[in-house]
Design a protein around this ligand. Structure first.
Ligand code: HEC
Length: 157
């Protein structure tokens, strides 16, 4: 009898633990998850300032899973923001609307550079960590793969 009761409460604890990532959704206590990028063309140590994987199917695939594990809890499932954090489908919007090709290219480069920077550094505002730093967990391949995925999620293409 006693055994059964503790078994039941043990099972309940397990269920609670399994559910907690969904129910807490707390900001700040996110452990960045490593991303396996071995299927992507290696980029070396020198950081690119522009996404070298744009449109590459394998990068979109790797980026989809990396985004889901590391970014979705704040920026939303499938990049559809619930309003708590910026909607990352909108990142390139002003570039897409740019008619001048040279300006368009410069615009993409600027957004790429900003994306790399904030993803690696994270964001602290008024002493509060709003977004964790992914430096030390991600290589640049992982960051560009996520960017490639987000480019497939734009509202307008
Ligand atoms: C703990 C929640 C959280 C996680 C996890 C998180 N972010 Fe953020 N992110 C934020 C918040 C909040 C902001 C807005 C920061 C501010 O300026 O106040 C933000 C801002 C950004 C911005 C700037 C957007 C803009 O329009 O200014 C980018 C790009 C970004 N995040 C990318 C990512 C990526 C890529 C990941 C996953 C690798 C990620 N974030 C994971 C919370 C998070």
């Amino acid at each position: 009898m006693k055994f059964t009761a503790s078994l039941v409460s043990g099972l309940l604890l397990c269920a609670a633990a399994a559910l907690s990532p969904m129910s807490t959704m707390a900001h700040g206590d996110v452990t960045p998850q490593a991303v396996d990028t071995h299927s992507l063309p290696p980029l070396g140590d020198e950081m690119r300032s522009e996404n070298p994987y744009r449109g590459l199917e394998e990068a979109v695939k790797v980026g989809t899973s990396a985004y889901t594990q590391n970014c979705a809890r704040c920026h939303g499932i499938a990049a559809v923001s619930g309003g708590m954090s910026p909607d990352l489908r909108e990142l390139d919007t002003e570039c897409i609307d740019q008619k001048d090709e040279a300006k368009k290219k410069a615009c993409f480069k600027e957004v790429d550079d900003f994306f790399m920077s904030i993803t690696m550094k994270g964001k602290v505002r008024n002493g509060v960590e709003k977004m964790p730093s992914f430096k030390g967990t991600f290589n640049q391949e992982a960051v560009w793969a996520i960017k490639s995925y987000l480019e497939t999620r734009r509202a307008s293409n």
